[in-house]
Design a protein around this ligand. Structure first.
Ligand code: CDP
Ligand code: MG
Length: 833
């Protein structure tokens, strides 16, 4: 933009140009205009301020007038009928009593903590307190408040709520910004965003200039992004003395946080909840008349005992149940599997007992109990959609005149979100199937009954074996308390835990922070892209630092896949990977798929690896399901099986026969739809970073060359590689690090007796007694040789050594040496280009 040497001339032209560019919302509260000039944007003001003394005076004047305008607007709303009603509601929230204490603590300290029970009004009120007080003291135009949320859905719903409370449309003084979506106007002074969005802003604005207050919400969750942001902010605050930081949480390990921030003050908001009657599985079985019997079938790993549900006795009324809260069920029924040990936790698998019992319980509540919404905590999105389908087909629960059935999860559409908070018509029961998102980030007011399955999908990571996994795992006791608490917000409630009390007793007290239980590769890339210096040194400054071994593994992995060079600097590939919100290896597969012009199958495969296994295998129809899957299993590749299944579904969809196709072939409709939408999302990201053309034709020239597609899979998943060693009857698999490994029984390759190629490349290995590899593809010597490891400029020697190591481990050294010579020559040719 123009230099401001000639103040008056340039200023006027600059401002008018800016204002014509930014007339987005047309609904601004405080658009102040003089001589046709519209100016109120913080950034604009900031840029102007940089210019000259004379400008500064002009800027101050403008600011003051905008602030005045904002104050008048706010006062008018608060005096209106609707505004008064809203204010009355806000006054009932526990946080309101602490308003003055919070504001005065903020004015006297750079950092403060606020903790209070979920629903007490932290997220919706505290940012508003700050905004209102700034506006009241005629500083409205200078303040810029950012409030981060761990999830996009809460950023959106909270911003909508706050705008309503202020009598505005979104995009006036309140807005939101999440990845790929946002509403923000020129006059937005309070922005709710995901933590990721603020981290990305740091990329272009390291000092967060122009921001006056940062509120980091839900810090008790100890998400990776939040812990990461706190390290950055702690370093930044001394350089930005006027920047205020407010940290908010539901439950708080106050000492840990406070000492991390040098003893910052804590304000606790006293909360109130009604008593909640609690039932464990033993009580629920008694109520419903269900029994559990052990089944002979074994699951994936052949190690777990499975319990099936049988209904064989009439249910009892609640008043007839022998013990409700404190007793463990009579020994005879539960002794067999309730050892009160971790072992019993492992064997107790709610996935098998859950659905029919939940359905039954829901029916009982709908028919017999007093009004009130029911909130069901499920493990993940997949379970929610399966249960929803099942309930929709039910004569009572599927009757839309009696039941309003809703889902609540992190990837839902905004229109669907609004329904969750609405009150249903009289006589209609609201049932919400939710993930752990409804534990703390979202408060639904009319919930009286909670059903808790006890599990959540969490990433876990074993640094020693360097094996990550995203698996359902038991929640912590803190989470159980949170879930239970959701039932007692408006009146006494009831909570049904779908697991025995003995299992609950073995739950951990707190969940480990994410930074300690997930692979750190993406985080390391982010540290590099934000130029935060040496990765290990930076992470040593975290609230709780990850193990050094985990950090080293991550850096090593990034070097192997070519995202970092040997000096830990980002490579070109690394810079692209940062722009793709995917595990680096999957991002790498997408990028190279686009470059090698076989994007279409790779899009499906990467999307398929990010959703639940699309191939269903119901216990009682396993043979039929296996036979159906065999049609897709012709390539000795789980990845290509997903691709073929999706292609078939696409064709069937054209004749509106997608559902039948899935039904016949034991394929999950949800998985297909999820793949479809992820494909679109990935494609738009690739377009954004300039890797694909708008019409896609050239990117798909080689899409049906399956040998090339195999090679690209190898390029992405390397070094997840094992050698196929034939024996008399079939073959065994070996990796260099673990020796013998086994194939997951779901893998198409587990049905094969010989393999067409000497190598298997796999997506992940998981340790359950033995080491199992999941999602594998057979690949040839030449694919491994040409696409194993990195083919980029830079540290190619290290990679070749590594590849040489693999080859020599499994081959005659002389043969391996020959292979390597070919590869070295190829790399030289590539590098010389
Ligand atoms: O952050 P915290 O859990 O303390 O509470 P909040 O999200 O600020 O919500 C406070 C209250 O605002 C809730 O109890 C609801 O009564 C209301 N609220 C609402 O009606 N609609 C929303 N979208 C969010 C909150
Ligand atoms: Mg909140």
């Amino acid at each position: 933009y123009p230099l401001y040497k000639d103040v008056s001339g340039h200023l006027a032209s600059y401002i008018s140009q800016k204002s014509s560019n930014t007339s987005s919302s047309g609904n601004s509260v405080c658009s102040w205009s003089t001589n046709g000039i519209n100016l109120s944007n913080d950034e604009t003001l900031f840029e102007l301020q940089e210019s000259s003394v004379q400008n500064k005076a002009a800027v101050e004047k403008i600011r003051w007038r905008i602030s005045l305008q904002l104050r008048n607007q706010q006062q008018a709303w608060q005096e209106s009928v609707e505004g008064k009603r809203m204010l009355e509601f806000r006054h009932t929230l526990p946080v309101y009593k602490e308003r003055d204490a919070i504001l005065s603590a903020i004015s006297q300290n750079q950092i403060i903590f606020v903790s209070g029970e979920t629903g007490c009004g932290k997220t919706t009120q505290i940012p508003q307190f700050i905004l209102e007080s700034e506006i009241d003291s005629v500083r409205g135009a200078t303040c810029s408040i950012i409030c981060t949320q761990p999830r996009r859905i809460s950023a959106i719903s909270v911003s909508e709520r706050v705008a309503t409370e202020r009598g505005e449309q979104l995009g006036e003084s309140v807005g939101y910004k999440v990845r790929l979506e946002g509403v923000k106007g020129r006059d937005t002074h309070l922005l709710f965003c995901t933590t990721g969005v603020l981290l990305r802003r740091l990329l272009v604005d390291r000092n967060l200039r122009g921001i006056s207050h940062i509120i980091v919400d839900e810090i008790h969750e100890r998400g990776m992004n939040e812990d990461f942001l706190l390290i950055i902010l702690r370093d930044l605050l001394p350089h930005r003395p006027e920047l205020k930081l407010i940290l908010m949480s539901a439950t708080l390990d106050a000492e840990l946080f406070s000492s991390y921030f040098g003893g910052a003050p804590l304000i606790r908001i006293p909360g109130f909840t009604y008593p909640v009657q609690t039932y464990f599985l033993e009580n629920i079985l008694e109520m419903t008349g269900y029994r559990l019997t052990p089944s002979n079938q074994v699951d994936d790993y052949g190690s777990e005992k499975i319990w099936k549900m049988n209904k064989n006795a009439p249910g009892k009324r609640k008043s007839q149940i022998s013990s409700v809260v404190d007793d463990v069920l009579s020994a005879a029924d539960f002794n067999e599997y309730s050892h009160q040990t971790q072992e019993s936790l492992r064997c107790w698998n709610p996935d098998y007992i859950g659905f029919s019992l939940i359905e039954h319980l829901l029916c009982q509540i709908c028919e017999r109990e007093k009004p009130g919404a029911i909130l069901v905590f499920m493990t993940g999105w997949d379970d929610i959609s399966s249960l929803r389908e099942r309930l929709q087909a039910h004569p009572i629960l599927g009757d839309t005149t009696r039941v309003l059935l809703l889902a609540c999860h992190s990837s839902m559409a905004s229109s669907e979100q609004k329904l969750i908070f609405e009150k249903p018509d009289n006589g209609v029961r609201k049932i919400i199937l939710a993930t752990n998102i409804a534990e703390t980030s979202i408060t639904i007011d009319d919930v009286v009954y909670v059903i808790d399955c006890g599990k959540a999908k969490e990433t876990s990571y074993d640094a020693l074996n360097n094996t990550p996994c995203l698996l359902p795992s038991w929640i912590s006791k803190v989470s159980v308390r949170q879930r239970r608490g959701r039932a007692g917000r408006v009146q006494p409630g009831e909570c049904f835990h779908m697991y025995p009390r003995c299992v609950y007793n073995a739950f951990v007290d707190f969940q480990l922070p994410e930074i300690l239980r997930t692979p750190l590769q993406s985080l390391c890339l982010q540290i590099k892209s934000l130029q935060l210096g040496n990765i290990s040194e930076f992470l040593a400054k975290a609230l709780q630092s990850p193990e050094l071994l985990a950090v080293q593994n991550a850096i090593e992995h990034l070097k192997i896949i070519g995202a970092l060079d040997k000096f830990e600097n980002l490579t070109a590939l690394g810079r692209y990977l940062i722009k793709l919100p995917l595990e680096p290896k999957l991002g790498k597969m997408l990028i190279i798929g686009a470059i090698f012009h076989c994007l279409d199958p790779i899009l499906t495969i990467v999307a398929g690896l990010s959703v639940r296994d699309p191939f269903l295998s119901p216990m009682d129809k396993k043979d039929l399901a296996d036979a159906a899957k065999a049609q897709f299993s012709v390539d000795q590749s789980d990845h290509l099986a997903i691709f073929r299944a999706y292609e078939g579904w696409k064709i069937a969809e054209m004749d509106q026969a997608g559902y039948d196709y899935c039904w016949k072939n034991f394929i999950s409709v949800q998985s297909m739809k999820a793949i479809d939408s992820l494909r679109r999302e990935f494609l738009s990201l690739l377009k954004d970073i300039g890797l694909v053309d708008s019409d896609l034709t050239s990117n798909n020239v080689w899409s049906y060359d399956m040998d090339l597609v195999r090679a690209i899979i190898c390029y992405g998943l390397y070094p997840g590689i094992c050698s196929v060693v034939p024996n008399d009857k079939s073959f065994t698999l070996k990796t260099m690090e673990d020796g013998k490994v086994l194939l997951n029984s779901n893998s198409v390759n587990s049905k094969e007796s010989t393999m067409a190629y000497p190598w298997l490349i796999f997506n992940e290995k998981i340790k359950v007694n033995s080491i199992f590899v999941r999602d594998s593809t057979a690949i040839s010597d030449s694919a491994l040789l040409l696409f194993g490891g990195n083919i980029t400029r830079g540290d190619s020697d290290g990679h070749l050594q590594m590849l040489g190591g693999y080859l020599e481990f499994f081959m005659e050294p002389s043969v391996a040496g020959m292979f390597l010579t070919v590869r070295r020559e190829l790399d030289e040719v590539i590098q010389s280009k």
